[in-house]
Write a protein that binds this ligand. Structure first.
Ligand SMILES: [Zn+2]
Length: 402
């Protein structure tokens, strides 16, 4: 059977001739044991853990790493000198103590991520394509730059649009450069398609936020092709799992990440069951984490993928947090008039400010919101979207507290 693009990349990156589960798991165990031994030697953050484990099953007996620990002890988790660090991502919104979560990458880590991105993108980006990247560009080795580097590797042209552009600016960019592939967050893509039409866009990889079902269905209908969802987090080097042409779950970057699903009391759950995603980032040079609790829920699919890929697949990833907008997004984007909206709540009132196609639909918006927020008084306003408007959330969508 022909190797999948992701499997081919793993083989090439790891010097494996034929990728099998046992070859992949042997690689994971070796990397994990190298990490444990290194931590023991240097008296690092994980030095209390055993120096090695006999099988991957032994991972289940190791303690978890929490987001709070990463905030407090992140510097102590760094395995390389500061001079070898190419990129630091600081998340000042994490934690309650005012301390920031810092995640470090070496140039090697960034190179691995570019390799993974290129493997995933190669299912929908081909030489000669122009790819609109609606992701943050925050300097060298930032997310947008890594995606652009992967696109260039494939012989395609990255269009570094970034986030926060108005629809008018996007209209001009799309008319001038005629991108045929989009990489960005799911709702802004639907907003663009609904307001500007699909133009030359044919395919899309979506990432960076939850994918509300109705928005995905609508986007696929307008685009005329299935979306390629991707999942990543800072802790796993921004690239974690990506959809293959079978479109049944996202293949995990298993040469660099061991994924587990755990229950509420920390017990390992079998494949197929929903729980919290916990990652051991064996491939990270700068700051590998052991059993890091991501705060995201997901399940790992039980069966082999029809694509023939060897890596396991994540499905139904959702962020566990209060004030998620996913359900409201799902309800509201089912309305064809809606381009985008912002929501906030104050006491028992839910405020919605919507941008629409100009058709009178504020009543339908209120009614759809009321079904979900039946105890709330809904206060909705709507106006026609204009070229000077922009997608209403620059990052993850959330219900603000007014
Ligand atoms: Zn597959």
């Amino acid at each position: 059977m022909k190797k999948t693009n992701l499997d081919s990349w793993i083989c090439e990156a790891e010097g494996i001739v034929e990728l099998t589960r046992s070859a992949l798991e042997a690689l994971q165990l070796r990397r994990l044991n190298e990490l444990l031994a290194k931590e023991k030697r240097r008296g690092g953050f994980y030095s209390d853990l055993p120096e090695s484990i006999a099988s991957l099953n032994g991972l289940k007996s190791l303690p978890f790493t929490t987001s709070e620990q990463l905030v407090r002890f992140g510097n102590g988790m760094l395995l390389v000198s500061q001079s070898e660090v190419s990129r630091i991502i600081t998340d000042s919104t994490s934690g309650t103590t005012g301390e920031a979560k810092r995640v470090y990458y070496t140039e090697g880590d960034c190179g691995h991520t570019v390799g993974f991105f290129a493997a995933g993108l190669s299912e929908l980006v081909f030489a000669g394509d122009t790819v609109l990247i609606a992701m943050p560009f925050s300097g060298s080795f930032g997310l947008g730059e890594l995606i652009a580097a992967a696109i260039e590797k494939l012989g395609a042209r990255p269009l570094k649009t970034g986030i926060g552009k108005t629809f008018g600016e996007l209209r001009r960019t799309m008319a001038e450069h005629r991108p045929n592939v989009f990489v960005g967050m799911p709702v802004p893509l639907l907003s663009v398609l609904r307001y500007l039409g699909k133009g030359s866009l044919r395919r899309a990889l979506i990432s960076g936020d939850a994918c509300p079902k109705s928005a995905v269905q609508e986007t696929e209908r307008i685009l005329g092709s299935k979306l390629f969802p991707h999942y990543g987090s800072r802790e796993m080097g921004l690239g974690g799992a990506v959809t293959c042409p079978a479109h049944e779950g996202m293949h995990i970057r298993e040469n660099h990440v061991i994924a587990e699903i755990i229950g509420t009391s920390g017990q390992a759950l079998p494949d197929g069951e929903f729980g919290e995603l916990c990652i051991t980032t064996i491939g990270m040079e700068a700051q590998p984490l052991i059993r890091y609790k991501t705060g995201d829920t997901a399940r790992i699919l039980k069966k082999d993928c029809p694509c023939g890929g060897v890596t396991r697949r994540l499905c139904g990833v959702e962020r566990i947090y209060e004030d998620s907008l996913t359900s409201l997004d799902d309800a509201l984007f089912a309305l064809p008039c809606l381009v985008d909206y912002r929501a906030s709540r104050q006491g028992e009132r839910l405020f919605i400010d919507a941008l629409t196609d100009g058709s009178p639909c504020v009543k339908s918006i209120s009614a759809a919101a009321k079904k979900l927020y039946s105890d709330y008084e809904i206060s909705a306003t709507a106006r026609e979207c204009m070229d000077s408007d922009a997608p209403m959330y620059l990052g993850k969508r959330y219900l603000a507290k007014g």
